[in-house]
Ligand binder design. Structure first.
Ligand SMILES: [Zn+2]
Length: 242
């Protein structure tokens, strides 16, 4: 089972690990620990590099496979052997933009639930851009500006973002989690990772987030679409800070 460094510390950019599995055919590696996010919950996977001695391998992306994280290697350089010590480095520019974007999406969820009682049903993002779907019958274009003002007001208050890993039983007792469809979690999952924007939003979530909403920067609500009478899709962009 791979130790998921990004689950407990999303700010780790570099790490040391040991190779546990090598598959030359698919050019993939498994490590005993990794900071590479494998994608999920609408957040794209990390890429970056692994190195050992003189050799550097480009990681195309990481990918989840059961309890393991697979690293897909680019190029045709010979792969390290099982037991080799490697140094990993994630593409921080890409990842940090995704952390700011992902946390912005949770601010949006928190504000829309608080102000309109609308639940989120899904979402997707790329660096500095995202969309979220809500069961939000009363959404209309006059609300766009109001929502944009509210999410920026909240984000700039600097709420701490807390991550906790709770036993399943305990997580199921948190009323706020029920609305985000925690009951859809597969039976086998005994621990639930909780991401809380303290005072604003609480979700079962596997993604990487900033530690304080003040890191997000300016958020724009750029568009919205009706996906039926009840379902509305809201598009946001997060300020590019270079
Ligand atoms: Zn999320």
């Amino acid at each position: 089972m791979t130790e998921l460094i990004y689950h407990t510390d999303s700010y780790v950019k570099e790490f040391d690990a040991t190779v546990t599995t090598v598959d030359p055919e698919s050019r993939t590696l498994i490590l005993d620990r990794t900071a590479f996010y494998p994608g999920g919950g609408g957040q794209p996977a990390d890429f970056g590099t692994l190195s050992s001695g003189e050799t550097t391998w480009k990681i195309k992306r990481a990918k989840k496979a059961g309890p393991e994280i697979i690293h897909l290697i680019e190029g045709d350089a010979p792969l390290p052997s099982v037991g080799a010590k490697v140094h990993g480095e994630i593409d921080w520019d890409h990842r940090y933009k995704l952390m700011r974007t992902h946390s912005a999406m949770h601010v949006l969820c928190g504000v829309i639930f608080r102000d309109y009682g609308a639940s989120v049903t899904g979402g997707d993002m790329e660096p500095l851009k995202g969309r979220m779907d809500f069961e939000f019958e009363t959404m209309h274009k006059d609300l766009v500006e109001k929502i944009e003002t509210a999410i920026n007001t909240e984000a700039s208050k600097g709420y701490p973002v807390r991550v906790d890993i709770l036993p399943r039983e305990e997580a199921f007792k948190i009323p706020d989690l029920i609305r985000t469809k925690i009951n859809l979690l597969p039976e086998g999952i005994q621990e639930v990772r909780i991401v809380e924007i303290v005072g604003l939003d609480l979700q079962a979530d596997g993604g990487t987030h900033v530690k304080n909403t003040s890191e997000i920067g300016k958020i724009h609500v750029v568009d919205y679409k009706s996906k039926g009478k009840i379902n509305k899709r809201i598009y946001v962009e997060v300020e590019d800070r270079g």
